[in-house]
Each structure stands twice: as structure tokens, then as C-alpha cells.
Write a protein that binds this ligand. Structure first.
Ligand code: ACM
Length: 264
């Protein structure tokens, strides 16, 4: 068994130093977990006034304060963290997620499916969907609005993810229903770490959760409070893809029947 978890909190728009200090307190309280997931854009907040504001609040992953903070914390507590981050890469901005551990930065995912005004600010993700073997489990990352595209969940599951980490800033009410179903269909554990609070016209929906390979929600946070959720899971359960004794979630697929999907 391993201990996985999430932190639901309210990143403050334009307050990167305050966000780090809020997270420092919360991460100390989550000490003892193996893998913890934090919300989307945890360093900067979400609802930017302009691309310029987003740019000022972004950082290069390899040299930025936020990655340095998370990496130091991972080292100190011997834990792994996944977090959303407002990433600057030369002149481009990406809505990204990083995976860090006791030995530093392990991987980055850049959000592929941009939601609403994000299209005016960020580039579409340009990195391959990857699965990282942490030894105690295999994990991959998706971000928020990726929830509506079953293809990306399937790809990570086919690549061997036991646990899919899903930093989010959700405003629609559907993902808390849809993401456990992706987990049921692909037989993965899913961790959706959502944020709380309101930024101008957007109110975020909280209710972060961890679901299992049967689609059951193991624990869910409140709508509007900062919370830490921790759950013990057996990642081996995600490696059993049998739906019945004669049906395998992956081997029973008939790709030749799905060619329409790649032509449209
Ligand atoms: C979203 O993708 N942040 C709704």
C-alpha cells in the first residue's frame, strides 16, 4: 500500500510569495504521504487580466522559485509532488504541471486542451503524454479541461499509468462525475486536485477527490474549504484490466473499428 493525497486550497492571483508560504504550511501537514497533487496554476492564480499579467506571474521551470520551493520540500520530506504551474519558456507561456521528487524535477506536462480565455494566454501543450515510474507506482499528468477528452486518459492508461494526477481549476460542475468514469473505464486511480475561491467572475468548484479503478470516489473534499486528503491505495489494483473473466479493458479493443476517430 502507498499513501497518496491532494491539497485543495485557494491560490491568490498575483501573489506568488504568499502562495508558496500557504503551501508550505499545508505540505508540512501532509507529511508522510508518498505522492501529493496540488491544483492547476498553484504559483500564480488563474483568471489573469491580460497575457502581460500572466507573463509577469510566470516562471521558467528549471530556475523558478516555485519549482525550487517544491523540490526542496520534496527532498526534506522524502515525498513526490505534482503541481500546476504557470510556465514561461522563452517568450511562450504554457499551463503546465511538474512532477518533482527527492532528487529534483522528474517531468513536465503542458496542458493540451485550453479552456476559454486560456486560449488568449497560453500555447497548446507540445510535449508527449508520458508515464513516470516512481518505483512505488507509475504516474502521468493531465490538467483540468483535459477531463473532457477521453483520448488522453486512455493514452496514459495504455502507457501503464496506475495513478493519473489531475491538477485543476474547475468551474463547470461535470469533472467530479466524469473523471471517476475515466478511471473506471481505464482501471486507474485518478487524483483531481481542484482549487477553491472566486476570481472576478469565476467561482471554482472545490470537491477535489481521489477515485479508484472501479470508479468509486474514495474521498472528496468540501466545496469551499482548504483541505488535505490522504488515502492508502494499492497501485497493483490498477494493473488488473479484467472487467469480467472474459473481458479485458485494453485487449478487447478493436482498433480497426475506430479508424473514423483518426480521420475526423
Ligand atoms: C480549466 O480548464 N481550468 C477549466
Amino acid at each position: 500500500m502507498i499513501k497518496v493525497g491532494l491539497i485543495q486550497f485557494e491560490p491568490k492571483l498575483g501573489k506568488p510569495v504568499e502562495n508558496i508560504s500557504t503551501l508550505q504550511g499545508l505540505l508540512e501537514r501532509a507529511h508522510g504521504a508518498d505522492l501529493i497533487v496540488l491544483p492547476e496554476l498553484s504559483n500564480s492564480g488563474y483568471n489573469f487580466e491580460s497575457r502581460m499579467q500572466a507573463f509577469e506571474l510566470s516562471e521558467e521551470i528549471k530556475s523558478g522559485d516555485y519549482t525550487e520551493f517544491l523540490t526542496a520540500q520534496a527532498k526534506k520530506n522524502n515525498e513526490y509532488f505534482v503541481s500546476g504551474i504557470n510556465e514561461r519558456a522563452e517568450n511562450k507561456l504554457f499551463n503546465s504541471s511538474i512532477l518533482v521528487g527527492p532528487n529534483g524535477l522528474i517531468g513536465t506536462y503542458r496542458k493540451i486542451h485550453l479552456f476559454m480565455n486560456e486560449k488568449d494566454i497560453f500555447e497548446k501543450g507540445d510535449l508527449e503524454l508520458k508515464v513516470f515510474d516512481l518505483g512505488f507506482c507509475k504516474t502521468g499528468m493531465l490538467i483540468c479541461f483535459d477531463w473532457i477528452f477521453p483520448e488522453v486518459w486512455r493514452i496514459l492508461a495504455l502507457k501503464g499509468a496506475d495513478v493519473i494526477c489531475h491538477p485543476s481549476n474547475l468551474v463547470l460542475p461535470y469533472a467530479q462525475q466524469a473523471v471517476p468514469v475515466h478511471g473506471m473505464i481505464n482501471r486507474t486511480f485518478n487524483i483531481t486536485a481542484n482549487r477553491i475561491g472566486t476570481e472576478k467572475s469565476l467561482t471554482f468548484t472545490g470537491q477535489s477527490f481521489i477515485s479508484d479503478p472501479s470508479g468509486t470516489i474514495l474521498k472528496m473534499a468540501s466545496l469551499d474549504k482548504a483541505e488535505i486528503i490522504l488515502v492508502d491505495i494499492d497501485p497493483q489494483k490498477a494493473r488488473n484490466k479484467m472487467i469480467t473473466e472474459r473481458n479485458h479493458a485494453f485487449n478487447d479493443r478493436i482498433p480497426s473499428a475506430y479508424t473514423f476517430l483518426t480521420q475526423n
